[in-house]
Design a binder for this molecule. Structure first.
Ligand SMILES: CC(C)(COP(=O)(O)OP(=O)(O)OC[C@H]1O[C@@H](n2cnc3c(N)ncnc32)[C@H](O)[C@@H]1OP(=O)(O)O)[C@@H](O)C(=O)NCCC(=O)NCCS
Length: 188
């Protein structure tokens, strides 16, 4: 198993640290990738092996690009509670190459406290000020109202013209195919 660097990515908000993935996160990471509540709007649940592999990929992305879906750590307890970050999408031709999305996943016992909103706002600031991005997008399955509520709280706008049907989700999960699209651009 890879040893993950602990020094490459670090942002802070009032209550949270956004950081690299660490070996101690693996049990928790598997939990948020296999829990029925967290994964309600996804067509799969990851095994431990698949979850470990994804964590390595997320960390490789952070190492290679300087940003990615980063671990969210609560400052007061030191526990990892989920992830939030910017990510280069690979969903051509539905989305243009190098479309940068913002995404999140949080353990249900920490929902309802504004942690994702807080960390997403930090990521937008980082994306516009440090990465000089011209646009950050987000999307979710129709019905994922908690995710849309985060998008709206952080100032993202709906763009129905860019809604899409996910090309890799088959008809056995027909209710998970339609995705609604949001975007935000840097303040003028
Ligand atoms: C989407 C998801 C991250 C949203 O979590 P969340 O806790 O609702 O989002 P936030 O952390 O921004 O918290 C907002 C909630 O905290 C409340 N809140 C409390 N203090 C707050 C604060 N300081 N700032 C903002 N909101 C605050 C809000 O009123 C809101 O509560 P409500 O849902 O009852 O209206 C979570 O539901 C999740 O992980 N879902 C599963 C994974 C998933 O679907 N990811 C997205 C795939 S596209």
């Amino acid at each position: 198993m890879k040893i993950l660097s602990k020094t490459e990515f670090h942002l802070e908000t009032e209550r949270l640290i956004l950081r690299n993935w660490e070996e101690r996160d693996r049990d928790f990471f598997h939990f948020i990738n296999s829990d029925e509540t967290v994964m309600k709007f996804f067509p799969f649940r990851r095994t431990r092996e698949q979850s470990d592999k994804l964590m390595d990929t997320l960390q490789d992305n952070i190492r290679e690009r300087g940003f990615g879906f980063a671990a969210l750590e609560k400052k007061d307890t030191g526990e990892c509670i989920g992830f939030c970050g910017l990510n280069a999408c690979h969903l051509e031709p539905v989305l243009p190459v190098e479309t940068i999305e913002i995404g999140w996943r949080l353990s249900p016992d920490h929902w309802g406290n504004g942690y994702v909103t807080e960390s997403a706002l930090k990521n937008l600031e980082f994306g516009f000020n440090e990465l000089q991005l011209g646009e950050i997008v987000s999307f979710a399955v129709r019905g994922n109202e908690k995710s849309f509520a985060v998008m709206e709280r952080i100032g993202m706008k709906r763009d129905p013209a860019r809604d899409y049907v996910h090309p890799h989700i088959d008809d056995t999960h027909a209710d998970l195919k339609q995705h609604l699209f949001y975007y935000i651009r840097p303040p003028q």
